[in-house]
Design a protein around this ligand. Structure first.
Ligand SMILES: [Cu+2]
Length: 178
């Protein structure tokens, strides 16, 4: 028997391996055991790169909010927040909801005119911002409705509003009371 193959092993190891033909594959067994781990690492890296790719600028929606402002208001009454929403990404997205500490309830509304009556209604399904497009929330149109102000909003005050989208991450912006 040629034992040079085992020359890097100690005599005790050689003897142990040579005792049983099945064990002669022990060295390979370690290699084979390592293979599933390598596959798992590859899968993990692939998953990570896919996740990172989805977060990059490659087509995903990327919303920016500019000129965020609010009307003044009195505690207990209603208020409204306006802004310009820009989608810098390559995919359409939707503003679905908003949150703020200064109101009990926050809804996405639009003002619609029926005959000579202007009324507000909730926007079902959110406000769509097309890929590369922009939508202005402005008096007489879309707005973030603040129902039940928890404090007075005086000109010059600032407060945080968090916007939630269908695809983009939540975006917290500062509204200025004008
Ligand atoms: Cu409204």
């Amino acid at each position: 028997m040629d034992i040079r193959y085992y020359s890097s092993r100690s005599k005790a190891e050689r003897d142990w391996i040579l005792q049983s033909p099945e064990r002669s594959g022990a060295g390979l067994g370690i290699e084979e055991g390592a293979r599933p781990r390598a596959v798992l690492v590859c899968l993990a890296l692939l998953t990570l790169s896919l996740v990172m790719g989805a977060c990059g600028s490659g087509g995903a929606a990327e919303i920016e909010a500019e000129g965020v402002w609010s009307r003044p208001g009195v505690q207990g009454n209603m208020g409204a927040v306006f802004m310009m929403l820009k989608n810098e990404g390559g995919e359409a997205d939707r503003l679905l909801s908003a949150q703020t500490d200064v109101a009990d309830v926050v809804e996405i509304h639009e003002t619609v005119v029926e005959g000579d009556v202007a009324k507000m209604q909730r926007v079902t399904g959110g406000i769509e911002i097309s890929a590369g497009g922009e939508v202005e929330l402005k008096p007489g149109g879309y707005h973030v409705m603040l129902i039940g102000l928890s404090r007075d909003l005086a000109v010059g005050d600032r407060f945080a509003v968090t916007l939630s989208f269908e695809k983009s991450d939540d975006l917290t912006v500062e509204a200025e009371v004008r």
